[in-house]
Unconditional design. Structure first.
Ligand code: ATP
Length: 257
């Protein structure tokens, strides 16, 4: 387990427990995310991953324990522009959905500029920069529903990036995305992490691919079974988590890390 100075932490979760009605979902979770790290959060279906994310985003209140974001207790935290979020259902637009890529990305600024205000030149520049970062500038006038799952995913990342967040939280973002787009997606995340120094929290089922890109791994199944460097993470850590032998397929990414 890590020891950190407070300043180096983007997220600090202390002894958090949560239940829906009588059903305990999270028990005594202690988890820290260092600034600049790339944490992969894995766990079986129903293990509490999304619930933990909802707690981090202030959408659910834990029964016990405390959460701090950038050294501020969640109850007092107001700098939500520092937090970018890409949800599980982000890439589910139907063909013909009447909104352009540019408009989708501009939605990431609504919290700041308000729905009915016009975007000023600075905002437009931010939108273009976010589209550029994810390699989707050429698609800005296309309808979001006409794009592939992988391309839509990039647009939703641009939407989360447009307010220059310090941490990006992604909840199972590769569901429904084909495998070659998944590789591109992980490369994009690695770039954002290493070149732009954005802290990343990625919730995924994609254990084999994920471990070769992330710096840290957390395994959750109601309690935290493993939390540490991805280098120290072994298949045996997963067997205890999933209750049976799990084969981790090691992919060769041509030295992505
Ligand atoms: N709003 C809710 N009301 C009651 N129970 C819920 C609610 N949301 C989730 N649960 C239950 O809480 C448990 C944890 O759910 P959660 O969505 O956090 O898990 P998860 O690890 O994200 O799962 P998955 O990988 O399938 O998305 C599950 O048993 C789920 O059925």
């Amino acid at each position: 387990m890590y020891k950190h100075t407070q300043e180096s932490l983007a997220v600090q979760i202390n002894n958090v427990s949560f239940q829906y009605g009588n059903q305990p979902v999270l028990e005594n979770i202690d988890l820290t995310i260092k600034k600049g790290s790339f944490l992969g959060l894995v766990g079986p279906n129903g293990s509490g991953k999304s619930t933990l994310i909802k707690i981090l985003l202030g959408l659910k209140k834990p029964m016990e324990g405390e959460v701090s974001l950038f050294n501020t207790p969640l109850q007092k935290f107001k700098q939500w522009e520092k937090i970018g979020y890409v949800s599980q259902k982000a890439n589910s637009f139907n063909t013909g959905f009447p909104v352009t890529v540019y408009e989708v990305v501009s939605m990431g600024l609504y919290g700041k500029v308000g729905l009915l205000r016009f975007l000023n030149r600075k905002h437009k520049k931010q939108i273009h920069k976010a589209l550029q970062r994810v390699g989707m500038s050429d698609f800005k006038d296309r309808n979001i529903g006409e794009l592939s799952g992988g391309q839509q995913q990039r647009v939703f990342i641009a939407r989360a990036l447009v307010s220059n967040p310090e941490i990006l939280i992604l909840d199972e973002p590769t569901v429904g995305v084909d495998s070659s787009s998944v590789q591109h997606f992980y490369k994009l995340l690695t770039q954002l992490n290493q070149e732009k120094n954005i802290t990343l929290l990625l919730v995924t089922h994609d254990i084999g691919v994920m471990t070769s890109y992330v710096s840290d791994v957390a395994c959750l199944n109601k309690t935290l079974h493993f939390h540490g460097s991805s280098k120290d993470f072994e298949e045996s850590d997963l067997s205890s988590l999933y209750g049976h032998d799990v084969q981790v397929i090691t992919h060769d990414h041509g030295g992505a890390h």
